[in-house]
Design a protein around this ligand. Structure first.
Ligand SMILES: [Zn+2]
Length: 1229
């Protein structure tokens, strides 16, 4: 627990001192002060209290004393700050933040933390502060900021005592953000950690299983769920939820054979789930859906009934009941049920749509129109364009209906207003059942309700009912042939997906005709899931199930399945199910005795996505209030009234009661804009958070390698002598001689911004005429000049007489037709744009799904794609002559609105040409290249790694059809890259200079994409807006593109072509610096660095003579840092009695990475006993080893280098004085 920078006891002691000082200074004080000072014992007790205890202190029952103490401490600190007019040590604020956090007073905690942040320039050294701040952000759903704060903690203190809690929360947040890869990694890191955290390992495992499900990896999910069921002593709630998930998944997915058996499995699972938790309204609801789908109507009704009894009435349940009635030809009952649904949730788009369909089927188009309009007004309606078309159709066709309609016209609003709410209906039923034992008040209530009911019945029979019954027959044949303009399925899918998303950074004002992108969809699902996972009990038991859930697409059976409303009905329907399934994942923690989740409001923050209405009040108010509270504070105002500034925020804890009240009130206010309010609230909070807490922007640094004078490079003996006295108390990474580095930050956008007319700069290009040009030394300098983010070397292949035919598809097939090709399935997008799959709006996320094939098969695809396009071209030409008029009009129409649906294409990528036996001719041909672009050369850092890094220091091949896209990226560890187009077609490149990567990173974050891991295609308009220059050019066959260190780029094939590419690392200060910076950034982001920079730096020191002082200093500094780490770690291990076993290394042994967290492990390898015996050597880093085995009893420590040898290498690595012309010459020394 000592790993954090802030000395807390020091802070409290200081408080005492401060108090004394003040007492001395201002002699007379009133008696109040006495009661406001802390006793020595109290100070002692508070000494160890900080954010790390969050979730582990009990404040209720036995913890009441603790609560009182914390409360007193807060008052005491506040009054002290007030008296000192804010001029207190910054640690006071930090401590005040901790106390408020422990008291779960988040707004005050945030306020205090922000104060600390603004006062303490090296705040980042204080892990407890960052952790507390992360928890507060997490509570407010400000995931973006929470992630940053948590990642900082792990960066500055990888052995932080709450690392497990951090990984768990990162896992949850990444799941919400649909960054599944990162999510899984963090869940796994949480799982291996044997320290305590707020979820049990069963619950973490549940989240992992659910993560698979969210990604539609159903078989993995099923396996993981089933494995979880085998766990001994599985808590009943987890068991119930797992079974519920399994049941629902079986109902929705084709995991097992035919429909009959899958439903039977589903029903079995759900019944078992109900055995484990008989009170789950959700399980009853699902069971009803299963019964409904196999036609067991009575069972379905019973289950729905149970669902409504067990949980609060849910719009979804009522909607499903409506569907069931409609199928039973009971339109009046259906009507009633739908109306219950929309009364419960006026924004329930699916219910409005089903209601509309019902009216339509009863020849009441005007009412149908009103319902559809209501549906389109719902935030959760996302197929509005289809609906709008339907409305238009009905409006135009309504002439034909007038006769029928006049008979039965009963406006929809009237029905709506006359109906009893489901709660009232339920209440009525209860009262009726108890008729004999009612109090007078209850009797009056009953009378009232009865009369309302009668009124309702009358309306129903007089008006709508007639219409409905009458038209029932016409529903079957009748004029409804065009009815299925939209499938309810897709509608519901969209409804479900766009429901009440409370993603902090989401723009909630979607254009009304937009269909949410897939991202948002899955986001939602995961959001629900996570929330459920957090504390299902609160919401499953006390509040109504989420509105997010959609209902079964049963009605789509009526309407047929001609849906043209969505591009991929099957996919979408899968989504529906998935979403529904997600909605229920709610393992319960309330019962676990050692957990405090049940009453842990900050965890419930995640549930905001689920409990829609909640956000309207509690949380959102708070979020909004954070900023005023903090923002208005000038130093002065704070000084004068710290407590008032602190207490501006509403302290009301979120309660479920509140939630349900809200849901009722929101019913009658269709346009109350609750969502917008929420949205704005959250958005504001984002914005103002940015203003208040410029964690990123202001303190942008690249201090990983601070530029420094050579003087800080003392001889190793001195250094180590100094180290020897350190590290006595544990294995802390902190150091005295080498200051800790702050967490890396992306660069802010270069200032001043480029004028708009400079945003399309010409691409640096060099035309080669002959071999001499290619080997002309300045060419190398030009390419590696940091001012040129990219260089196109035109006509290189011709100048060098390279035989590109060796890389033609034909030759490749002849050479190795069975060779593996990684395939990316993508959408064929228009030119430089990237649209969502439905073609509704431009997005950053770029579809690129991975699979595998062989060269032969891909070649076949490539050829047939070419043939097909020839054929199409011919057809077009003939068609064009005939229909030239039509085309012009249709293209006009499509210009503004829809683009899709898009054709699917396949891109053959990352084909490994490293095998010198298989690709001898090809690889030999590339040795004709000038040294600085060659795959292997003395001046190439990657040739000094000493082992293969596939695709980096080996060649990769790409096989393309037009539209094949390499999404935006920087190269691994910011190395340079070389790319030659083989042809016959061209490629188009988009390039952004390195110093703008922070801007692109921000765009990715805004779009919920992982800059390092996701597939994204920048929207050029966004970049233009943000003053980001984009180089754009065509790479013809034979052209070589040199991507300089750190340059961001994305590429698409214009024609059919192959490319070859690899990385090189020129021996420049810039390259080394950017590589190390990315190495650190990767560490912060928990992403593996393909280039082992530590290992490489030592190899460089051994093999290369460096004459560039800047490069030399950086390398020397890194070596020094590593040397010190090795030394302190080794000594600490020995001091702790842990044997360090000499292991050495073989010549071409690759660098090692931790098998858990994937950081590079240098010199001291933590290998599990078992794998050491088996000689498989599963390597861990120290931190991961300690997480699984606190005192390392399960590990042996293997040493690969003698300290003396490292010291010698360090000392012998000196600056070379000679000054050569080119790096190649340096390298060749
Ligand atoms: Zn590790």
């Amino acid at each position: 627990m000592n790993s954090c920078g802030v000395s807390l006891s020091a802070a409290t002691v200081a408080l005492g001192d401060e108090a004394k000082k003040m007492a001395a200074g201002k002699a007379s004080r009133d008696s109040e002060e006495e009661s406001l000072s802390l006793t020595v014992e109290e100070r002692e007790a508070l000494g160890g209290m900080d954010s790390r205890l969050f979730g582990f202190v009990r404040l209720h029952e036995d913890g009441a004393r603790m609560k009182t103490l914390l409360g007193k401490a807060v008052r005491c600190y506040e009054s002290l700050i007030l008296k000192a007019e804010g001029k207190v040590d910054s640690d006071f604020f930090c401590q005040l933040g901790h106390f408020n956090l422990l008291l779960e007073d988040y707004s005050k905690a945030l306020s205090a933390y922000q104060r600390y942040y603004s006062l303490q320039s090296d705040y980042w050294k204080n892990a407890a502060f960052l952790y507390g701040l992360g928890l507060v952000y997490f509570y407010y759903n400000a995931f973006h900021w929470a992630i940053k704060a948590f990642q900082d903690v792990l960066y500055v203190d990888p052995s932080f005592c709450r690392a497990k809690e951090i990984h768990l929360r990162l896992g949850l947040m990444f799941k919400v953000n649909t960054d599944y890869k990162s999510s899984l990694k963090h869940f796994q890191l949480a799982l291996i950690d044997c320290n305590p955290c707020t979820l049990s390992s069963a619950e973490i495992q549940f989240h992992i299983a659910h993560l698979y499900e969210t990604q539609r990896k159903y078989h993995s999910a099923k396996e993981a769920y089933e494995q979880l069921l085998q766990t001994e002593n599985l808590p009943a709630q987890v068991k119930a939820t797992v079974l519920q998930q399994l049941g629902w998944m079986h109902h929705n997915m084709d995991i097992v054979g035919d429909k009959a058996s899958k439903e039977s499995y589903a029903i079995q699972y759900l019944q078992k789930s109900l055995e484990a938790d008989p009170n789950s309204g959700q399980s009853w609801y699902f069971l009803g859906r299963c019964y409904s789908s196999i036609g067991k109507v009575q069972d379905a009704f019973i289950s729905y009934r149970q669902s409504i009894d067990k949980s609060e009435a849910s719009a979804d349940t009522w909607c499903s009941i409506g569907v069931l009635y409609q199928q039973q030809n009971q339109p009046m009952d259906a009507l009633q049920a739908y109306i219950c649904a929309v009364q419960l949730d006026h924004g329930h788009a699916a219910a409005w749509m089903d209601l509309g369909t019902l009216y339509e089927s009863c020849n009441q188009p005007q009412d149908a129109i009103k319902c559809y309009l209501n549906a389109t007004r719902s935030k959760r309606c996302s197929n509005t364009s289809t609906l709008a078309a339907r409305i238009k159709f009905l409006q135009n066709g309504s002439d034909n209906w007038n006769v029928v309609q006049s008979l039965s016209h009963h406006p929809v609003q009237q029905v709506y207003s006359l109906c009893l709410t489901p709660q009232k209906l339920q209440h009525l039923e209860q009262l009726r059942a108890n008729r004999d034992n009612l109090s007078p008040a209850q009797k009056r209530q009953l009378e009232q309700l009865e009369s309302q009911f009668v009124l309702m019945q009358q309306v129903r029979h007089k008006g709508v009912a007639q219409g409905l019954h009458k038209s029932q027959s016409s529903c079957v044949s009748g004029p409804n042939e065009e009815q299925p303009v939209f499938s309810t399925e897709s509608a519901q899918y969209q409804q479900a997906t766009s429901t009440g998303i409370k993603k902090p950074n989401e723009h909630l004002t979607l254009p009304s005709n937009s269909v949410p992108q897939r991202n948002a969809d899955s986001h939602l699902s995961s959001h629900i899931a996570t929330s459920g996972g957090q504390q299902g009990i609160i919401f499953t038991k006390e509040s109504k199930p989420s509105k997010n859930r959609s209902l079964v697409p049963e009605t789509s059976r009526h309407t047929g399945d001609t849906s043209n409303g969505c591009a991929d009905v099957k996919g979408l329907s899968n989504h529906v199910h998935q979403l529904i399934a997600d909605a229920v994942s709610s393992p319960n923690h309330g019962d676990s005795p050692n957990l405090l989740i049940g009453d842990n409001p900050q965890l419930s923050a995640l549930l905001i996505g689920k409990a829609n209405d909640n956000v309207g009040t509690g949380t959102c108010d708070k979020v909004n209030n954070i900023h005023p509270a903090v923002h208005t504070k000038t130093d002065h105002s704070v000084a004068s009234s710290p407590s008032s500034a602190i207490s501006t925020a509403t302290p009301s804890p979120k309660s479920t009661e509140q939630a349900s009240i809200n849901s009722v009130t929101s019913l009658n206010s269709p346009h109350s804009g609750i969502h917008t309010v929420n949205g704005e609230g959250l958005e504001n909070s984002q914005n103002s958070t940015k203003v208040d807490l410029p964690l990123v922007s202001h303190r942008s640094t690249s201090q990983i390698i601070p530029s420094m004078s050579v003087s800080i490079c003392p001889s190793s003996t001195e250094v180590l002598k100094a180290f020897r006295n350190l590290g006595k108390n544990g294995l802390s990474n902190s150091c005295v001689l080498l200051d800790k580095c702050p967490p890396p930050r992306p660069p802010t956008s270069p200032y001043p911004p480029l004028p708009k007319d400079k945003l399309n700069p010409p691409t640096p290009s060099i035309y080669l005429e002959n071999k001499r040009d290619a080997f002309f030394p300045p060419l190398h300098q030009f390419c590696t000049n940091p001012k040129n983010p990219v260089t196109v070397i035109r006509g290189l292949a011709g100048a060098l007489k390279l035989d590109l035919g060796l890389f033609s598809t034909k030759t490749l097939v002849e050479a190795n037709n069975e060779h593996m090709v990684e395939v990316r399935t993508q959408l064929l997008q228009p030119a430089d744009e990237n649209w969502d799959p439905t073609g509704t709006k431009k997005i950053w996320h770029c579809e690129s799904n991975r699979s595998h094939t062989t060269i032969a098969k891909y070649a076949q695809y490539q050829a047939s794609s070419f043939q097909e396009s020839l054929r199409e071209e011919n057809e077009k030409r003939t068609q064009h002559k005939d229909h030239s008029d039509n085309e012009s009009t249709s293209s006009e129409n499509s210009g503004r609105r829809r683009k899709g649906p898009f054709k699917t294409i396949k891109f053959g990528t990352n084909i490994d040409l490293s095998d010198n036996k298989k690709w001898k001719l090809q690889l030999h041909e590339l040795t004709k290249l000038p040294a600085f672009v060659r795959v292997v050369s003395a001046g190439n850092l990657l040739s000094h790694v000493g082992h293969t890094i596939l695709g980096m220091n080996t060649v990769q091949l790409y096989m393309k059809v037009p539209g094949s896209r390499t999404p935006g990226h920087q190269e691994n560890n910011n190395f340079c890259s070389v790319n030659i187009n083989i042809g016959p077609g061209d490629c188009e490149w988009f390039v952004v200079p390195e110093d703008y990567w922070g801007v692109l990173n921000d765009f990715c974050e805004k779009n919920n994409l992982n800059f390092l891991m996701s597939s994204w295609w920048p929207n050029l308009e966004d970049l233009y807006e943000a003053n980001v220059p984009v180089y754009r050019f065509i790479q013809r066959p034979g052209d070589l593109v040199w991507i300089n260190a750190g340059t961001v780029h994305w590429v698409q094939a214009v024609g059919w072509c192959n490319n070859i590419a690899w990385n090189v690392g020129p021996l420049t200060a810039c390259q080394y610096k950017l590589a190390v910076e990315r190495y650190e950034w990767n560490k912060l982001k928990s992403v593996k660095s393909p280039v082992p920079m530590v290992h490489l730096s030592w190899n460089m020191a051994r093999n290369i003579k460096v004459s560039d002082p800047k490069l030399f200093e950086m390398i020397k500094y890194c070596l020094l840092k590593i040397l010190k780490q090795c030394q302190t770690l080794r000594e600490a291990l020995v001091a702790a009695g842990k044997e360090v076993i000499w292991h050495g290394r073989t010549n071409d042994e690759p660098a090692h990475y931790c098998s858990i967290c994937e950081v590079e492990v240098f010199n001291l390898l933590f290998v599990t006993n078992e794998s050491n015996t088996q000689k498989t050597y599963i390597v861990h880093c120290q931190d991961c080893a300690r997480k699984t085995s606190r005192s390392l009893e399960n590990f042996v420590v293997l040493e690969q280098y003698k300290m003396e040898d490292l010291i010698q290498v360090y000392d012998q690595f000196t600056l070379t004085s000679f000054f050569p012309d080119t790096a190649e010459e340096i390298g060749s020394c």
